[in-house]
Ligand binder design. Structure first.
Ligand code: GLN
Length: 536
């Protein structure tokens, strides 16, 4: 029978609920349990696909083509749960389903209300991820307890708990213990208030996870236990990790959170083997070498905008027992002047995905610098477009080559709108999305790195390589290294005369794990290490 964990947050946002939920998932998997993970986001947008990266950070794409919250990336990196469109629901998505039903007349003349219609829909969404082979579903509620917009979600969780019984549901509440430097004290009052808010709604947390900056004395946990009505052994301390987020499963294991959860659910422990996490953390703590990778993008000041990219680069480093340092470069800064002044000394360069005109010229110049200086290069999505534009301009001499995304009337549209996109006017959920197979050409870098002939990779784009230029570009040394199985869509290009230059239409960063780096990130870091040692 499936059992359910609900993770809520209090005091402030950005406490790392997603990471904590994911880490709990990894602990449960170590006992041989099959888990499913899900996130509720209380905002009104149907999904984050239409939001600016400044507002929301990275948009994470599921294999079935949903544009979702970046916490799903943590779920996939920490666990082997399968994610889909059912793994992320927003208020907007819930309401649109209910309103569509109302328009169809499904409610047979009834008044449609938050309770029971919206709450029923929320409960149905939880049930959707609980297939017969799932032991435990972990559902995280975004936002902070006390927010007006999260109320329907919390009410639905309360009802769900009531209907399934305490033995089959477990509420985990994440809070902050602020440290007051002036008085040298840890404060528990915000946690007490936040648990009080939850109790008003009718939810009694079974476990509290308290985020802190400093170590906490046992008396603090006893005080929290007394005032918040949870046993002391159910108060867990999550101090800021020192080296990496991948320490988190081990931090929770050390306090035996898994034992507590298994006991609550009446489940027997499995092996509880966490060796692979120990290995990951050890290789991050004591790396044997170091490389510096420049990430040249448009939203560079926000690490959340390229979350999966930084994680995947780190995974590449873990594979080679090396630390990866990031040089975060604003693409616009490269539009003019000497690129070497900004990029000089790096061991590898990555140009991530993006949209719109700002920064494209800087990305094109970055590609030129990487190509001519033979620096290992990985271009992703818009980064692949920049690579094709650069090669067309600087090798084939088509000076005005561009993408129709930014110049509709260019004489050389080497990147154009996908045919299926011609009549699309709605912005939300209408790109080419989700996992599609890519077949690699035999002599390519990709076929070496992947070691297989075909792989499924996730996409999120409207524009693509223009086949009219295919022959000219490949004759000039830009290899078509991967394409859709029917050969129609170019998915990867590589520069032949270069030690390691791969640019792909898809997003490999979504399929990388700390203990199994994605082949292209593993390859990029490997090539960067080689370049560094040959320079040394
Ligand atoms: N803007 C480009 C397109 O829509 C690339 C998208 C991306 O990088 N994700 O095709």
């Amino acid at each position: 029978m499936t059992q359910y964990i609900f993770v809520t947050g209090g005091v402030v946002s950005s406490l790392g609920k997603g990471l904590t939920s994911a880490a709990i998932g990894s602990l449960l998997e170590s006992h041989g349990l099959k888990i499913a993970m899900q996130k509720f986001d209380p905002y009104i947008n149907v999904d984050p696909g239409t939001m600016s990266p400044f507002q929301h950070g990275e948009v994470y794409v599921t294999p079935d083509g949903a544009e979702t919250d970046l916490d799903l990336g943590h779920y996939e990196r920490f666990t082997s749960c399968e994610i889909s469109a059912d793994s992320n629901y927003t208020t907007g998505k819930i309401y649109s389903t209910v309103i569509q039903r109302e328009r169809r007349g499904d409610y047979l003349g009834k008044t449609v209300q938050v309770i029971p219609h919206i709450t029923d829909e929320i409960k149905d969404c939880i049930a959707k991820v609980a297939s017969t082979d799932v032991d435990i579903v972990i559902t995280e509620v975004g936002g902070t307890v006390g927010d007006i917009e999260s109320l329907p979600f919390l009410e639905a969780l309360r009802q769900f708990g009531h209907e399934h019984g305490r033995e089959n549901t477990l509420f985990i509440h994440l809070t902050l213990l602020p440290y007051l430097r002036a008085s040298g004290e840890i404060k528990t009052k915000p946690t007490q208030h936040s648990v009080g808010r939850l109790r008003e709604i009718g939810i009694l947390p079974d476990i509290l996870v308290c985020r802190t900056e400093i170590d906490v004395e046992p008396e603090v946990c006893e005080k929290i236990s007394l005032f918040c009505n949870v046993p002391t052994e159910a108060v867990f301390i999550e101090k800021d990790v020192e080296t990496s987020i991948y320490e988190l499963p081990l931090v929770l294991r050390q306090q035996q959170m898994d034992a507590r959860i298994l006991e609550h659910f009446g489940r027997k422990p499995g092996s509880g083997n966490m060796d692979r996490w120990i290995e990951v953390v050890e290789s991050l703590r004591a790396p044997q070498s170091e490389v510096e990778i420049a990430v040249v993008g448009k939203y560079i000041e926000l690490t959340d905008s390229y979350k999966s990219i930084y994680e995947a680069l780190t995974h590449g480093g873990i594979h080679h027992k090396s630390r990866v340092r990031f040089r975060r470069v604003q693409a616009e800064d490269l539009a003019e002047g000497d690129p070497a002044a900004v990029l000089g000394g790096v061991d590898g360069i990555l140009v991530p995905g993006g949209f719109g005109e700002r920064g494209l010229e800087g990305k094109v110049r970055t590609v030129q610098y990487a190509r001519e200086s033979k620096i290992p290069f990985l271009g992703i999505c818009y980064g692949m477009h920049a690579a094709v534009i650069e090669y067309s301009r600087n090798v084939l001499g088509m000076k005005s080559a561009s993408s129709t995304e930014i110049d509709k009337d260019t004489v050389d549209p080497v990147i154009t709108l996908l045919e299926e996109q011609q009549d699309v006017s709605d912005k939300g959920g209408t790109m080419r999305l989700g996992e599609w197979p890519c077949r690699f050409s035999k002599d390519s870098t990709c076929s070496v790195e992947y070691g297989i002939a075909e792989a499924g990779e996730r996409h999120r784009h409207r524009y693509e390589f223009n086949n009219i230029y295919r022959d000219r570009l490949s004759e000039a040394g830009l290899r078509i290294a991967g394409s859709s199985p029917d050969g129609n869509l170019v998915e990867v290009v590589e520069v032949v005369d270069h030690p390691w230059f791969v640019a792909c239409q898809y997003h490999p960063e979504f399929q990388s794990k700390p203990f199994a780096a994605h082949p292209l990130f593993r390859g990029l870091i490997g090539a960067a290490l080689e370049r560094k040692s040959s320079r040394d």
